[in-house]
Design a protein around this ligand. Sequence first.
Ligand code: AMP
Length: 401
Amino acid sequence: MSNGLKGIKTVRDFELEGKVVFLRLDLNVPMEGGKITDENRITASLPTIKYCMEKGAKLVLASHLGRPKTKDDKEFSLEPVAKRLQDLLGAEVILVEEPDSDAPKHLLPSLKKNQIILLENVRFEEGETKDSVEFAQKIANYSDIYINDAFGASHRAHATIHALPSVMKDKGIGFLIEKEITMLDSLLQNPKRPYIAVMGGAKVSDKIAVIERLMDVVDGFIVGGAMAYTFLKAQGLPVGKSLVENDKLKYAKEMIERIEARNKTILLPVDHVATKGITDTANARVTNDVAIAEDELGVDIGPKSIKNFSVALREAGTIFWNGPMGIFENPAFAKGTFGVAQAIAESDAVKIVGGGDSAAAAEASGFADKMTHISTGGGASLEYLQGDKLPGLEILRTRVR
Ligand code: AMP
């Protein structure tokens, strides 16, 4: 059972006036040619930043961005993020180029009310991914309070997520993590019934642990995307050249049996959009039945499947959605994903979307604003739901209650 937020302080628990608050955020936004293509993670971080500013804290913000190999990988610079933050906050954002330098220490005493410091991509510093205490100590030397609001990075034991709070006394979480954990806990404890998990995406193997965890909690599964073909093949159905994980066939077969033995349901696609190649829209056709020809592969669920899934979703009390129903990035193969997004949007259920590709799919469908919560962390939300402890959260349990 998850410990939720037990023993963890929030930013509200601290007197912030005049204090240096080191705020670890997840500003890891997608970029193309130096332009931010989706600023959700920035806007989701604003409430905690604004709160700290209003309470008179001196702020040092930090985040990672992508996976730079060296400091010279300038395409991973947070500069565009600094500019955007500056506009959104109406405050001056001072970008410190060396995340492990003493520059913040020198800047902080004269920092004005409408100025905040942002460290350059913490992954430019080798110590970040090594969970280096030395790097953490440099930051701790000028910080009074550590606040983690980087949900999407909290499953990683990296220096600004784990080593840093391990050497600091005053530490807690921001509003974004508080909301994420509260929402995910609502899926684990007393969910409104029926509770349906919609699973899709490319790989069964990525989702096994979460399926195992959810099996005892949900009332039913809906499975689409490439994942579905492993389940269909496991039942002896022809799936052609569809993406199948052959080493997971036995598991998929047993899983169906175990779900049914618990008197729970698993809905699989009954028709597909099939084509001869993954980008071949010209030869795409709706299959009409569950069989896919030998020279075809399934790239989306078909209209009957959308209908079946939608009927179940409209009656749900709680929905957790992780993974698209097809290759939704190609508009020709997006109908299934968008149809399911619409059914989720129209249901009265508590509806939670599990980050990453699902968040992108919800966004692309145009129904994102109808969801109860879209997690900012794909990997982190799955790890939390499957019962794993997030290092960035565990290190913050300081109070006995
Ligand atoms: P995941 O990260 O496991 O949630 O997988 C998301 C990816 O699965 C998306 O990029 C989709 O394009 C891909 N996907 C979904 N359905 C299929 C399919 N039928 N065949 C191949 N890829 C798929």
